[in-house]
Design a protein. Structure first.
Lengths: 159, 756
């Protein structure tokens, strides 16, 4: 059946099963490969996109549930000032190892800063714990989020 | 769309390839290029890196492959090894660029094809790349620079000796002339490539003149990653491609009896479904399974539910972790099947005469690699007998061997693109997914297919880090000196041979540092595939040995640091321990003293109850590392590592310091994560399925980390692995310091760490 969804400001009409997750519509039907598949069960965060600005795990989001929601993916996140600042911070801090999870991390971090412009370490933990990095670049992700938010990069957690 | 960003160097930049020409027109470098290489043994990297240091390998290496300079001054440098997140794609070209005296801003890095006739061994494993390429890759750069100097000397009719280079320019001070590399490139290309003797005679830079080595150079692919560009294996698209899934027996090596192929084929969007048969006997090769090919991956995956496959599960179906544990306990009561894996002095007699003895048994479980990008490969076995493959692999050549056998072509008929891997950790040294993709492409009628596994496929079909059981006895003399150590090690394998990565280095520390040692081994027969996980063997053995040494230190009422320093200073210690060649007690002593100072080890008695510090060290992959962990355990037994101090010695240079620190931080956090993980086997199959029952460590669990390197007068060595092993015992020893409870079994989630 046909579904019309809005992705990165463009309208796409897809003839797919209603239970096809948004992730696979993005990757295989709209050819937006930046959103990644990691687990298929919302356990790793690699597939994170925004729908109407909210963090959404696209691997468990049926396309039938998207409706008129505005989907934004990593390919377009740099079009917003916060998204651009997050991308730049990721480069300045040299976060990447393999890089596979980082699209999801950047999407989650951008949503965090949009909602909480000066996040604390606790707020970063709470917002980012759903996004796994198998290379464990967590310290640099933390630093990059603070850099993008323009707050002190000091680690304030109890030692 | 995607493929244009994934093609090889010359295909990728056709406008450049016309202007580019290859600098050294003949492959005169020949065997020189890897003359100082060690041969990696990926089956047991930790043990063998030391066993065969710097074994010369003569390989036909094509120097053309590495450097090309355009008339506009653009310098193209090929990255020869697979990139799995270790940063090699950025780091190896730095070595060439340094001695070429290149302007780094003019360098473009491109990923090489899998082609061992041109590039020599192409592998991501064993932390070998730095020691292997440190000299040869600098010589590549120096040779290119030499040719530019020769061209400039001819152009200006001056002796080469009067010329110098700056960033991408040749200068003649006497006449105040300067010319760019781009302007010289055409002339340099007409020169014959230097003879080996000339290359050997080229003087490499003095380290104080380095402009690139030792500077933070950012990960080359990062700008594309933050934009979500399609650069991973899973992103490959080729024209006419279909999507495939492959269902294998949940019991390792099981055979397909029947499957409802018609039901799967009836699903709209499914193109084909068929049974694929096993080729060979390798559990990490092509095994029996059922393939579904469809117009998109989701459709193919959903159609698996219709297959109703009946399996002949085979003998492994009777195996389980519970039964392995029972067998291990039985074996531990008997004499070891291999009584003298290592024997020095007379440990039995020394134990009888000891003033004090200790006994302890340790266990660590099977582990899975779980790189975040699920296994995948795009393959096209063409009707004309050639094959093209796009694969995220750590060891393409092993995959090509499997593919050649499975689809019936020569390896030379296979073109293989090495695509950036979304993590490796040793998993992609096995190429089962590559051969599956090729077999499916052929059987589907020679169409290109992208095979992609689910996370569950990956969790349940993996060369697991083997579990192991260590049964120790130690003897102290009346002066509390360690005089005897025995270990009956129970592992997995065939006959009396341990499986891949299931061995124990025979001279495991402190074997050569105390007078009486005996290590014996018994082997549980099993049918589960095992293989190297980041810092293979070491990631397990370090935990048990450095934990038990901690127990001995406490039993002898010694500071765990002082006890280790005393062992390292033992008069019986040889200069280089057999089987661990390159291990230096002096370098390790320096690491321990440094980490003690940085962590405030001496002041740890002021910590409140429930907070403790632990120390450990390890030598593997030619790296010396000592670590201190601080752990907080609350009264309910919940624990958190709050800080880890790391001091490492990997030689005279950190080639790319930002990546060096990143690798160490990642290793430490990865190691802590392993302490909460396990894979268990029941009825011959893996129990765990996904990240909710095999948890990955998360942001909130990652401690602060202080990374420090001792710069020493030793050739640089690798960093993908050696920083990982010490963190496990450092954390376990810290938990003991915090609670008085000794962690002898992993995962630690099974331990009761409550205290009052």
């Amino acid at each position: 059946m046909a579904f019309t969804i809005n992705v990165n400001g463009k309208t796409h009409t897809l003839d797919v099963a209603g239970d096809m997750p948004l992730l696979w519509a993005l990757r295989d039907k709209i050819d937006l490969k930046g959103t990644k598949f990691g687990c298929g069960v919302a356990s790793c965060g690699a597939c994170t996109v925004h729908i109407d600005g909210k963090v959404t795990r696209s691997c468990v989001t049926p396309i039938s549930s998207v409706g008129a929601g505005k989907v934004v993916t990593i390919e377009a996140i740099g079009e917003t000032p916060v998204g651009q600042a997050v991308q730049k911070a990721w480069l300045d801090v040299d976060v990447m190892q393999c890089g596979y999870c980082q699209a999801g991390q950047i999407m989650a971090a951008t949503a965090l800063i949009n909602a909480t412009p000066a996040p604390t370490d606790k707020q970063i933990d709470d917002a980012m714990t759903g996004n796994a990095c198998r290379c464990a670049t967590y310290l640099r992700i933390r630093q990059a989020i603070k850099t993008a938010a323009g707050v002190s990069t000091a680690d304030t957690r109890e030692v | 769309m995607s493929i244009t960003t994934l093609k090889t160097a010359t295909e990728d930049t056709p406008e450049l390839s016309r202007r580019f020409f290859l600098m050294a027109s003949a492959a005169a470098g020949g065997g020189l290029m890897l003359a100082a290489c060690a041969t990696p043994d990926v089956t047991d990297g930790a043990a063998t890196v030391a066993a065969a240091p710097a074994r010369p390998v003569e390989l036909p290496i094509d120097m053309n492959a590495y450097v090309a300079i355009g008339s506009d001054g653009t310098i193209r440098i090929m990255a020869k090894n697979p990139e799995i997140g270790q940063g090699i794609k950025t780091m190896l070209p730095m070595l060439i660029a340094e001695e070429l005296d290149a302007d780094w801003s003019k360098v473009r890095i491109e990923q090489a094809m899998a082609d061992q006739t041109r590039y020599g061994n192409q592998i991501a494993g064993g932390s070998f790349a730095t020691p292997q390429h440190w000299t040869p890759h600098r010589q590549v750069g120096a040779t290119a620079r030499h040719m530019l100097l020769t061209a400039a000397a001819a152009k200006w009719s001056v002796p080469v000796a009067e010329l110098t280079t700056g960033p991408s320019v040749v200068k003649h001070a006497a006449s105040n002339r300067t010319i760019s590399y781009g302007e010289l490139a055409a002339d340099a290309a007409k020169l014959p490539a230097p003879e080996k003797a000339v290359i050997d005679g080229l003087k490499l830079k003095d380290a104080r003149d380095y402009r690139i080595i030792g500077k933070d150079v950012k990960n080359w692919d990062s700008p594309r990653i933050v934009r979500g560009e399609p650069i991973f294996g899973i992103d490959v698209v080729v024209p006419g491609m279909k999507y495939a899934v492959y269902e294998k027996s949940p019991v390792f090596g099981g055979k397909v009896v029947s499957a409802d192929l018609a039901a799967a084929k009836a699903v709209p969007g499914v193109v084909d479904a068929f049974i694929v048969r096993q080729v060979g006997t390798d559990l990490m090769g092509l095994l029996d399974g059922v393939a579904i090919v469809a117009d998109d991956w989701w459709t193919a995956k959903e159609a698996r539910k219709k297959l109703n496959i009946v399996w002949d599960e085979g003998a492994t179906a009777s195996q389980s972790t519970v039964d392995y544990n029972r067998q291990a306990a039985d074996l531990a009561k008997k004499a070891p099947q291999v009584p003298n894996l290592h024997n020095s002095g007379d440990a039995a007699t020394a134990l009888k005469g000891a003033a004090k003895t200790l006994e302890a048994s340790y266990f660590y479980p099977f582990l899975v690699h779980a790189p975040l990008e699920p296994q995948n490969t795009t393959a096209h076995v063409k009707g004309d007998g050639t094959v093209e493959i796009w694969s995220p692999t750590q060891r393409p050549d092993g995959g090509l061997t499997l593919v050649a056998a499975a689809v019936g072509v020569e390896k030379s008929a296979i073109k293989c693109h090495m695509i950036r891997c979304g993590g490796g950790f040793g998993r992609r040294l096995s190429n089962d997914y590559m051969v599956e993709a090729a077999a499916i492409s052929k059987q589907a009628g020679n169409i290109p297919v992208k095979l992609l596994w689910t996370r569950e496929d990956d969790m349940q079909h993996n060369p697991y880090r083997p579990a192991g059981y260590h049964n120790f006895k130690a003897g102290l003399d009346k002066d509390n000196k360690l005089v005897a150590l025995t270990n009956h090690f129970v592992t997995f394998g065939t006959g009396d041979k341990p499986g891949s990565s299931a061995g124990l280095p025979p001279t495991e520390f402190p074997a050569a540092f105390i007078p009486n040692t005996n290590y014996g081994m018994s082997v549980i027969p099993f049918g589960v595939p095992t293989g190297p996980l980041r810092a293979p063997t070491s990631n397990a053995v370090c935990f048990v040995y450095q934990s038990f040494l901690d127990e001995i230190a406490h039993a002898s009422a010694k500071d765990p640091l002082a006890f280790r320093l005393e062992l390292l200073a033992s008069a019986s210690a040889p200069a280089a321990t057999p089987g661990r060649a390159g291990f230096s007690p002096k370098r390790m002593t320096d690491c321990l003293n440094s980490v003690a100072e940085r962590s405030g080890w001496a002041n740890r008695s002021s910590l409140p109850k429930g907070t403790g510090m632990g120390i450990a060290f390890y030598y593997c992959h030619q790296g010396h590392f000592a670590q201190v962990a601080r752990v907080k355990v609350d009264q309910s037994g919940q624990w958190r590592v709050t800080k880890v101090w790391v001091v490492g010695d990997v030689g005279s240079h950190l080639i790319n310091p930002t990546n060096a620190r990143n690798q160490v931080e990642g290793s430490v956090i990865d190691g802590i994560g392993e302490m909460r993980q396990q894979i268990t086997i029941d009825k011959g199959r893996t129990v765990q399925t996904n990240f909710f029952d095999m948890p990955l460590i998360r942001m909130n669990e990652a401690p602060q980390i202080d990374v420090h390197f001792l710069i020493t007068d030793n050739s640089p060595t690798g960093l993908g692995e050696p920083a990982l092993p010490p963190v496990l015992p450092a954390v376990a020893n810290a938990i003991f310091a915090a609670t008085g409870k000794r962690v002898r079994n992993l995962p630690i989630t099974q331990a009761d760490l409550r205290w009052a």
